[in-house]
Write a protein that binds this ligand. Sequence first.
Ligand SMILES: [Cu+2]
Length: 453
Amino acid sequence: MSFNNPAFHIQRQSVQGMEGEWVKMFDPPTASPDTPELLSPTNPVPEFIRAAHPEFTPTTVGYVPSPPHTVGRSLMHGGTITSWDGLKALRFFTFMDPDIFQTFDPVATNGVGGVWPGPTIRVPRGVVFHGQTSAGGPPPHTIHWHGIEPTPMNDGVGHCSMELGKYTYQWQPNFIGTYFYHCHRNTMQHFEFGLYGMLLIEPPDAFNQQNPALPDYAGGYPRRTAANFTNFPEFQAMFPGFTGGDLRSGDPHAMTIPYDVEALWVLDDRDSVWSDNMSGAFDTFPKHGSQPGSNDQFMLGDFHDFNPDYFFCTGVPFPAHVGNTISIAPGITVPPYLNSGVTGMQVSVNAKVNQTILIRALCAAYVGIKITFPIDVVIIAFDGRALGVPPLNQYTKPFLLPANTPYELSTARRFDVLMRSATPFSSFANVEFIHNRTGASLLNGRIPIVISA
Ligand SMILES: [Cu+2]
């Protein structure tokens, strides 16, 4: 693993004696402590995004340059989105990329200031990641990099890390896979109101080729993700191009598989009554006691009584009320400015025969979901960790999920699924939303899957 590989070894200063800096609440926060072990960032993606979007120049209104190799996120922004039936104005809390999104008009930002879900952050494994954040109106907030393993003060958990203020988060991703980032302050409200985005860790060389005229261009496909099919010749036969080997060899493609098409399914729910009653971002905050985390006073409000009546896939509404079965439209893609400059990521799946399709699913709903696929698929990863890839190789393995077999995900869980067909078909994946207390089936949301010759 990386701690044995000098190429991935980074010197860290001791933070002994500074533990008090890790737990801070400023009310409201106007500052945050410095990262004590600040290293030089090496993430190439911010420069790639700039190059892919020459329309955003320093003369563009609202342009805010980042430090080199540094991702910018500001929070919280927000506004309302009219529900698909025109009956409700749903309040959203949102992130914004200050390098880009201040320049977009409300139509391009989905009708709100900022973007929901937040812009997808893609990061090569092994780089030093810096996320420069600023939090405002109304604070406090954090950014939790869910599933990454930072130092404690960079973990962005309310009460356990400091709350923002301004801060440069620092971490180094060591596992290729599907993650997300979200505010972890008053989480049941700030997360459910939309203050999150996807975080995808890619192979170390994923952004090396920045010339769009050449193969393996960083803004296109095919790309690779982590999998271990070493002991599964049947999966190697289903999905060509698996590279085995040893993670310690320095081969950036060790234990990865290529994919031609990528789809992002962020399944979410909203309770419009709950939203109306609890939409103040600050007035429902717990009052901290003399010992934060010990004798705080939480406001119960309506948070315990959650009955969603609107449902979404990656920001796209399933246009039906509770009790129905409904599909989103075919042909929906994610624009590159919302996907770290990568063009063509899909929501509804549109592929050709004999293309390998990677589906990354996140349950961002508070209720449970069951996902069913129309053909056999192989689950290669859960929660950012590829099944069978060291150091988890003795505990986990990739497995076949037969067609029409529901698989359940609960809040914050992710899975990565590979799909491929030698014959054309037009069908749907089904996402059933299930009430977390009553077990009632709330909605069957369908996602089109079209495989053409
Ligand atoms: Cu927040």
